[in-house]
Write a protein that binds this ligand. Sequence first.
Ligand SMILES: [Fe+2]
Ligand SMILES: [Fe+2]
Length: 229
Amino acid sequence: MKRNSPTGKGGNGKRGGSSKDMITKGLEAVAETVGRFTAKTFPGTTNAVDMLKADHAQVKQLFDDFEAADDDQAKERLIGTALAELTIHAALEEEIIYPAIRALDDGEEHEEKMDEALEEHHAAKLLIAELASMTSDEERYYAKFKVLAESVRHHIEEEENEVLPKAEESLDLEELGGRIVSRKAELLKGEQPRSSGRSRRSRPRNSQTRSRRGSQAAKRSSHATGSRR
Ligand SMILES: [Fe+2]
Ligand SMILES: [Fe+2]
């Protein structure tokens, strides 16, 4: 279902191209940003956490600009850039930062926090994919982007308060920063993000998980046999 176009652009009811086109344009805009990012924003540093926080500030600014924009063309351009930024940012975190933080192996709570962060990325990617398959005049298109923005804002807050401090405490942020710059350049040239891949189940389940599952199994066994363990 299409919503009414306030601008009446596009003749057939479509005001603009698909969001995929917008993402491509967004990527071009991001490429320009990266030039500024490496050249000016952090002169003489490759600190990974500073880079991620700069990305966060950038997408939050795009969300604010979207909220303030009152013409559809500007909104569409901002959405295209935000989707491109978010796609690249999620890839950098999943390929470089999250595995490094997870490898610190800092207990079950930490492990669950990383799983939660990945799940939030997953939910964001679903919305990004939906937006990318829509045209901008479709009903709930802007609403979908607003929901994405809200969810990303929440994710950023948790990431900055609960995830990135772990990296700052224990990781070589210069080395990771160098990897981020290289990988970001590759992604901007069109390389596809690698799968987030890592499953927590590739490491042994901890005792809490085992005991929870063990107790469920015990209940089932008790029902089946009529005995107590
Ligand atoms: Fe993230
Ligand atoms: Fe992030």
